[in-house]
Design a protein around this ligand. Structure first.
Ligand SMILES: Cc1cc2nc3c(=O)[nH]c(=O)nc-3n(C[C@H](O)[C@H](O)[C@H](O)COP(=O)(O)OP(=O)(O)OC[C@H]3O[C@@H](n4cnc5c(N)ncnc54)[C@H](O)[C@@H]3O)c2cc1C
Length: 395
């Protein structure tokens, strides 16, 4: 591999890296692009979901080649409120992500099972000591904890289950918060993937980034039992995602920056601070990169930094809500914030998930009888946040 050259090197074949490669392929089929992933499969072990309303027309076109599961409408359940919403919901598995990218991209543009040891503005060095030179280098290696960001955590385990008999569910349940809260904001999320296939995820918004696999697995067992679902376990996925409530984004960028290297995906800061979702922003960023792909790498890096700073400014409202969620409500009462939120109009809820809330939406979310004590909310807003330390696994 020594002495090899590419035009654009993308490091990390996860969601953002894969989408950038796909967008480049669609808009510049002649461009030599190399997507480098340390794992054998692109996309790791994930299931990504999103609302149709998160995306615009160009974004829908980029996602068109992927096999997806689609639903019309979804439900939410809270102790004092239930609702069916009409928004369309989509889900993509990492197996389908990998399959699609291998179909759409030239075979020699994907280097999977290949770890990058270091990168700089003019290329990447591999763990085996060889180098790939590039005109532009894009770092998509995924989220990193940073003392410059503050907040809490969204911890979850999802289980794909094949039920012995048809489960009868027609629509996803995006939040079932009628379950025991276990000192956090906890909810169960269920996707009916097929007549006998379910994806059941137990999620909680926690102060600490601790993943307790056996506790989460036991809670999924209990939830399945309560609903009368029996069957085989097909697989699991887990996540400990930062819920960003504040911090110094300039300092974060300075910490991550490799001079002249563009940074995208969760590492670049393209996340929804409160839901930790990145898919809508990963699609937008991929399209923006494809639009400016002829630029020298250093200019692309500067453009993406600016774009990330604009995203940070535009998402301040969601960090404020996160601050109130973590700081103002005792953990057992945090669900009330979402229970109240889900009484608001469907359009407002859609814009919230897309991180496109209008001024009027923001006012609607904040005014009225607060679901948490006002005094605590104010002290949460004034007080210092918790630095986002590295996730841990409970032994
Ligand atoms: C289990 C799970 C479920 C999620 N569900 C959703 C969802 O439903 N909707 C949503 O919008 N968001 C979801 N998220 C959040 C977020 O969208 C994902 O984390 C998303 O995958 C982030 O994309 P990314 O490209 O930044 O990072 P990743 O997808 O994590 O990709 C980074 C890639 O870089 C590779 N890599 C790292 N270092 C190197 C190296 N040195 N050399 C080569 N390769 C390297 C990694 O192996 C990895 O494949 C989920 C997250 C998790 C963990």
């Amino acid at each position: 591999m020594s002495g090899r050259r590419t035009e654009v090197a993308i490091i990390g074949g996860g969601l953002s890296g894969g989408l950038i490669a796909l967008a480049l392929r669609a808009q510049h089929p002649e461009m030599v692009v190399t997507l480098i992933e340390q794992g054998e499969k692109l996309g790791g072990n994930h299931r990504w979901s999103w609302f149709d309303s998160d995306l615009d027309g160009a974004a829908h076109i980029l996602l068109e080649p992927f096999r997806k599961t689609c639903w019309q409408g979804y439900d939410v359940h809270f102790p004092a409120h239930e609702r069916q919403l009409r928004s369309d919901y989509r889900s993509l598995s990492s197996e389908d992500f990998d399959e699609c990218l291998r179909r759409e991209l030239p075979a020699d543009s994907i280097l999977s099972g290949t770890e990058v040891a270091s990168l700089d503005a003019s290329g990447v060095d591999f763990a085996d000591g060889t180098r790939l030179s590039a005109r532009a280098v894009i770092d998509c290696r995924g989220a990193v904890p940073s003392p410059h960001l503050e907040g809490g955590w969204q911890v979850f385990m999802g289980r794909h289950m094949r039920t012995a008999t048809p489960h009868g569910m027609e629509r996803p349940v995006i939040m079932d918060a009628t379950v025991d809260q276990h000192a956090a904001y906890r909810f169960v999320y269920v996707l009916p993937l097929g007549a006998r296939d379910l994806f059941i995820e137990d999620t909680y918004y926690a102060d600490e980034p601790t993943l307790d696999r056996s506790a989460l697995s036991a809670r999924i067992d209990a939830y399945a039992r309560t609903n009368g679902w029996e069957g085989d376990i097909i697989g699991h996925e887990t996540g400990v995602l930062p819920v960003i409530t504040g911090g110094n984004f300039h300092a974060y960028q300075a910490q991550q920056r490799i001079e002249g290297v563009a940074m995208a995906g969760a590492r670049g800061g393209f996340v929804h601070p409160l839901t930790s979702y990145t898919l809508p922003f990963a699609v937008e960023t991929a399209l923006a990169i494809a639009h400016d792909a002829q630029l020298p790498g250093t200019q692309l890096a500067a453009l993406l930094e600016q774009r990330a700073r604009r995203h940070w400014s535009a998402t301040a409202f969601y960090r404020l809500l996160g601050t109130m969620l973590f700081g103002a409500a005792v953990p057992e009462e945090r669900y009330r914030v979402f229970e109240r939120f889900y009484r608001l109009p469907q359009g407002l809820i859609e814009r919230f998930y897309a991180a496109h809330s209008t001024l009027y939406d923001k006012a609607r979310v904040l005014v009225g009888k607060p679901p948490v004590p006002v005094g605590k909310a104010l002290s949460a807003l004034i007080g210092p946040g918790r630095p986002l330390a590295a996730p841990q696994e409970k032994k």
